[in-house]
Design a binder for this molecule. Structure first.
Ligand code: SF4
Length: 384
């Protein structure tokens, strides 16, 4: 799939290419958590242990050239699969190996938290979202089965250009669709899609998403001054997909996206909160549940995830694996558990906080720098 120079370029950026079309890269939050410096927003919202998470893709190629994406424009794009198809067991084994090799340096690091590093040797989650469009890998269902059998939860993100693949997917722990604009022309401007019927593909994908039995999520990436209005239209599109969760996230001004957008296009966390509050007026049946200030993201959930005033947006991972491997029909209702911390803080963006306010915030929000005790489900510190 890659030319030797494109491969060398990616390796320089700490990607590890697996076989012909897959890649692994250590997520910054995985490193943070091993260093005792906090987990990602998916820890706070859903209970993902960032130190036990592998970030990868099964297809470096994509059918879009999204303006906000951290990929460079040299990365391969294609509508159809044109490459050799690697064996799913090979992808699983080699990706795990590559992930561990990337983490090896933490073994000798004085900064690393020993317990967190020891735990990282057991991968419990895979984020199929690194780059490209993972869902076009023709044997994706076999790979999902392998993750399910090995007790690895799957968070799969798709750009909604392959509706049939979404319809036919085997169970995914949490399936994401990116909704980058709620209008046809704006979507073209933001995503630069290859498919001429990109709008119909998105709409069909939302339709299939609404039929999924396991957990689903729609993610909005907000680029200030570009796709940060049209709340009602976003609401209409979201209600077509009827996801369990909605994430409204700020565009991050990093990587090659900096050649296409400016720093001013990156919303502050406060702006994401304001946008989310306005969006909530078009979303009956949903409520804002939580936020993660370092990632500038706000999470909504369907009201059914609140029982007697308590939110249950976390995932009961052992239960998910028991169900998915038992062959019985099951739904998103069957593997949720209590969310330890919810609510909006009313605080600003973490980088803009004065030092003392930031210290206080981090004390009040230990999830940013804590682990969760597996027995009690209480937030707990391993490290110093
Ligand atoms: S879930 Fe995503 S952000 Fe969190 S550790 Fe995994 S790859 Fe990183």
């Amino acid at each position: 799939m890659l030319t030797p120079s494109a491969k060398a370029e990616l390796e320089k950026q700490q990607y590890r290419i697996v076989g012909d079309h897959s890649a692994v890269k250590t997520c910054g939050w995985t490193k943070n958590m091993i260093n005792g410096e906090g987990g990602c927003y998916k820890l706070k919202f859903y209970g993902i242990m960032s130190n036990q998470c592998m970030q990868m893709t099964t297809s470096i190629s994509c059918a879009n050239r999204c303006t906000f994406c951290w990929r460079g424009y040299k990365a391969p794009v294609s509508k159809e699969w044109k490459w050799k198809v690697d064996d799913p067991e090979f992808i699983f084994q080699e990706s795990v190996k590559a992930h561990h090799n990337l983490l090896v340096g933490f073994g000798g690091s004085a900064k690393a938290n020993k317990t967190a590093f020891a735990k990282s040797k057991e991968i419990k989650h895979v984020a199929l979202s690194l780059t490209g469009e993972p869902i076009i890998y023709p044997r994706m269902n076999e790979l999902l089965d392998i993750f399910n059998k090995n007790g690895v939860s799957t968070f799969l993100v798709t750009n909604a250009q392959y509706p049939e693949q979404i319809r036919d997917l085997h169970p995914v722990t949490q399936l994401y669709i990116s909704l980058d604009a709620p209008e046809k022309e704006l979507l073209k401007e933001v995503d630069l899609p290859l498919f001429p019927d990109y709008w119909e593909r998105l709409n069909m994908s939302l339709e299939y998403l609404s039929q999924k039995k396991q957990r689903t999520c729609i993610r909005l990436t907000i680029v200030k001054g570009v796709n940060d209005s049209l709340h009602e239209k976003y609401g209409e599109m979201i209600l077509k997909g009827m996801p369990d969760f909605i994430e409204v996230k700020a565009y991050m001004h990093v990587g090659p996206s900096t050649q296409r957008l400016t720093k001013e296009n990156m919303p502050l966390h406060e702006e994401i909160v304001v946008f989310s509050k306005e969006l909530s007026t078009s979303l009956p049946g949903y409520e804002i549940v939580s936020e993660h200030i370092p990632s500038r993201v706000v999470m909504f959930a369907k009201k059914k995830y609140q029982k007697e005033g308590i939110w249950y947006t976390w995932i009961d991972f052992p239960k998910y694996h028991e169900l998915v491997n038992s062959g019985v029909e099951f739904t998103s209702d069957d593997y949720c558990k209590k969310t330890p911390q919810v609510g909006l803080s009313g605080k600003g963006t973490i980088d803009n906080m004065p030092e003392k306010v930031r210290e206080k915030y981090l004390k009040e929000h230990p999830e940013a720098y804590a682990f969760v005790d597996e027995k009690t489900q209480e937030l707990d510190f391993y490290g110093p």
